[in-house]
Design a protein around this ligand. Structure first.
Ligand SMILES: NC(=O)c1ccc[n+]([C@@H]2O[C@H](COP(=O)([O-])OP(=O)(O)OC[C@H]3O[C@@H](n4cnc5c(N)ncnc54)[C@H](OP(=O)(O)O)[C@@H]3O)[C@@H](O)[C@H]2O)c1
Length: 374
């Protein structure tokens, strides 16, 4: 394996933590001695041991000493004592020979501090070549956005027919197939929150949880560092957010099945909503002239609540409002082969994104867009 392979491997380990470590970054670590991997690990959950600690533990459990080894890590080792002691100091203490760092910490408050500790200890340091960093820059974009702006990274997701329709007004239809659904579970797993407009709740009564199994593994090539694999025992449901300015949600809807939801409504409905669900389940915002919430203000509030990423699952009206507000970082469209000719068919949102990835998922094609025009 070449250094590039080891670097990439750190990301395929790191992705396993996505959805579990937020608002921390996902980190993967590989320890190599005599050209062979002797230990590997990742940051598995918020408050848990960091990737370097887990990789060292893994090596030592395999009966290997990490002294004199080469360490590959997806992100600059930390220099602060937070929930765990500083990883840069641990690497010094363990007498590793050299450290290869994929990305410096995007958090401007800590960037460079871990590197300094390693340099002071005269440990050889190498950063990934710029072309490799550029190729995988997408990996830390969600963390970078949240840590530098305190607003969540926003992904839109919508399924559309071959003639660009997302549904039929007043009627619930299923467009995407089983493979695409699996992909959706993976996407939900990766986000802190899932957001929908009230019509989707009224018409589809969706569950919006993570079910099933995501099977993205090494065999998926670069898509494996975009999507993590998990089985039924590992997942956690993100918080479900519903935009309901006129409080039309049926109280018995599936999204209210447990405590993990937030209703965004207007002050005028606060009392009724609080009586139904309790004050910590309600966020009130003013509406603008068009009866819409200001989306940047909404995102700011969600960021203040510690929500670092949001998956906007529709419908078209809601997603179009996010696109128009120019806050979308990424859009995932499932293109299905069906044609919808119904007179009340709803058109897919319009956007000007750049196609970044195309993944085949059974009968559907998943297209990932970013770089929306501002
Ligand atoms: N193909 C897919 O992937 C997909 C995904 C989801 C849903 N669907 C389908 O799409 C249909 C529903 O879509 P839709 O476009 O009619 O409605 P929608 O987007 O589900 O809900 C729109 C409503 O949500 C509220 N809302 C959304 N954004 C808001 C904002 N920024 N400020 C204030 N209120 C906001 C408004 O409620 P008020 O009306 O009270 O103002 C708005 O009319 C259903 O038929 C469903 O089956 C398809």
């Amino acid at each position: 394996m070449t250094p590039s392979d080891f670097f990439r491997h750190t990301l395929s380990l790191a992705i396993n933590g996505r959805g579990f470590v937020s608002p921390n970054p996902e980190v993967g670590c590989v320890i190599v001695k005599n050209g062979k991997i002797i230990g590997e690990g990742w940051h598995t959950h918020y408050g848990g041991a960091h990737a370097e600690v887990n990789a060292i533990k893994n090596a030592e459990e395999n009966g290997e000493s990490v002294a004199g080894s080469t360490v590959f890590v997806s992100l600059e080792p930390c220099a602060h004592t937070g929930k765990t002691p500083p990883c840069a100091e641990l690497l010094v203490q363990k007498q590793v020979k050299e450290v290869f760092i994929f990305f410096s910490d995007p958090n401007p408050l800590v960037a460079g501090k871990g590197i300094k500790i390693l340099q002071n200890a005269e440990i050889a340091l190498t950063q990934a070549p710029p072309d490799l960093q550029k190729k995988y820059a997408f990996f830390y974009e969600p963390f970078q956005k949240y840590i530098t702006t305190k607003t969540p990274f926003v992904t839109g997701k919508i399924a559309k027919s071959a003639n660009g329709k997302t549904g039929i007004a007043g009627k619930s239809i299923i467009l995407s197939g089983a493979e695409a659904k699996n992909f959706t579970y993976g996407l939900r797993q990766q986000h802190d929150a899932i957001l929908v407009g009230v019509n989707t709740v009224l018409i589809d009564n969706p569950h919006l949880g993570v079910r099933g199994t995501s099977k993205y593994t090494e065999e998926y090539g670069d898509n494996a560092v975009f999507m993590n694999s998990f089985d039924k025992k590992q997942y956690r449901d993100p918080i479900r957010i519903i935009l309901d300015p006129h409080l039309k949600s049926p109280f018995t809807a599936h999204i209210f099945r447990d405590e993990n939801f937030l209703v965004v409504t207007q002050e005028v409905h606060k009392k009724t909503a609080e009586t139904q669900w309790g004050s910590n389940k309600i966020l009130t915002l003013p509406v603008l002239k068009d009866e819409r919430f200001d989306i940047p203000s909404l995102l700011k509030k969600l960021g203040e609540m510690g929500i670092a990423s949001v998956l906007v699952e529709g419908g078209s009206t809601t997603l179009q409002l996010f696109l128009d507000a120019k806050v979308l970082d990424q859009l995932i469209e499932y293109e299905t082969p069906e044609i919808i000719t119904h007179i009340n068919a709803i058109s897919a949102p319009k956007h000007c994104g750049t196609l970044w990835k195309e993944i085949s998922a059974g009968k559907d094609v998943i297209k990932i867009w970013n770089g929306f025009c501002l």
